[in-house]
Structures are given as C-alpha cells and as structure tokens.
Design a protein around this ligand. Structure first.
Ligand code: HQG
Length: 184
C-alpha cells in the first residue's frame, strides 16, 4: 500500500471512528480542525497540508470534504460516532443494492439490514459497487433493496456528498437476494 493510501486509511479511522487516537475531537457536525489533524498525524509520520490536499482530491471514493477555507475537514459518511454531517434527505431510486459477505446472510435474512457499528446501512445505486463492498467481508452476496417502496412506506433515505445512499435499517420484506453469478 502506498504511503498516502496508508495515511488515508488512518484519516478515515480518525474522522469516522476514533479521533482520540491522535488526541483530537470532532464537533457535532463531524468537523476536525485541519491544523490539529496534521499535527496529530505528523507526530508519527511525515505529513503536511500538501499531502492532505492530495488525499482529499484523489481519494477514489471522495471520502473527505474540507470546509470553504480549508480550516476544517470531515468524512462524508461511514461514521460510527454520532455526528450530524448534514446529510441530504432524498427520494431514492426504485432499487438500491447492498453487498455483504456470505457469513452474514443467515442473520440478515432474519433481522434485515442493520447499521451494526455505523450510524446507517450503506447502499449503492449499482450492483457492481455493492459487489466490491461485499467482497470486503469474504464471498460476496448482493441484495436488492426495494427502496422506492420503502420510501413510499415512510422510511427516510439520505444521499451523502460522495453519493452513498444511507438509511437506518432495511426490514427483510424489502430485501431480495441476487444470484452473485449474475453480477458482472
Ligand atoms: C452486515 C466502505 C449480520 C452488512 C464500503 C455488512 C461502504 C449484518 C456488515 C461502507 C446485518 C457491516 C460500509 C445483520 C447488516 N446481521 N450482518 N442483521 N445487517 N450486516 O463495514 O456496508 O471504504 O460496517 O451487510 O465501501 O460493508 O470505508 O458496512 O456486511 O460504503 O469508505 O454487517 O464502508 O467504505 O460492515 O460498508 P460495515 P458495509 P469505505
């Protein structure tokens, strides 16, 4: 893994889960002070503002945002700590996708999708992305989610700045398993 990618993983841990790792805090909207972040990270490795800007600009999932004057930074989604990143509530498309690992299927088929350690269940608008997400947990299994019906039934959906669909839960009645071999 390249140095920047490695540091990006670390930033993701700090901004979504454990800011205390480098002795900083996030505000209620998930913002961290950029100087504090750089100082905290550079205690253990070479790091500066240019590198941080590179990471934010080139991140393949656009995970992070600066505020306008680049004094603050936050993760766009994926948090386990309770912050309000001012997500946009939005009507979802009729179908969304969720990729998971085979080992979770028996539980999901009983319980539906729950956020587990995160604040929301993460959904994507295409099956290919769901397959990649699922592969992080072993052999991938992909579910389609009747998001249009859920929205009609009153469930709230949010679209993060980096285009991940989020919702609090997906009850079993809205879930259908896709045969993974159908996913290219
Ligand atoms: C599963 C990455 C048992 C769920 C990705 C998932 C994503 C259940 C796992 C983002 C369950 C949680 C999030 C139930 C859900 N019983 N297992 N009832 N309900 N699960 O990592 O969705 O690279 O917290 O299916 O790309 O895999 O970090 O969530 O398999 O967008 O930016 O519990 O993280 O983005 O795993 O991934 P996670 P996720 P980043």
């Amino acid at each position: 893994m390249s140095d920047l990618k490695n540091i990006s993983k670390f930033i993701s841990l700090i901004l979504r889960h454990k800011p205390e790792t480098i002795g900083i805090t996030l505000d209620e909207h998930g913002w961290a002070n950029v100087n504090e972040l750089i100082e905290g990270i550079s205690r253990t490795r070479h790091f500066n503002m240019d590198m941080l800007q590179d990471i934010v600009r080139t991140d393949e999932k656009q995970r992070y945002s600066f505020n306008e004057d680049k004094t603050l930074i936050r993760a766009n989604q994926g948090h386990s700590i309770p912050v309000d990143v001012e997500l946009e509530q939005k009507t979802p498309p009729a179908i969304l996708y969720h990729g998971t690992g085979e080992k979770f299927v028996s539980s999901i088929d009983v319980q539906g999708l729950i956020p587990k350690s995160r604040l929301y269940v993460h959904l994507s608008s295409d099956a290919e992305t769901a397959k990649k997400v699922g592969s992080r947990h072993g052999r991938p299994v992909i579910y389609t989610v009747d998001s249009g019906q859920m929205a009609a039934d009153g469930f709230a959906f949010y679209l993060s700045v980096n285009k991940v669909w989020l919702t609090k839960e997906v009850p079993v009645r809205y879930l259908h398993k896709m045969m993974s071999m159908n996913v290219q």
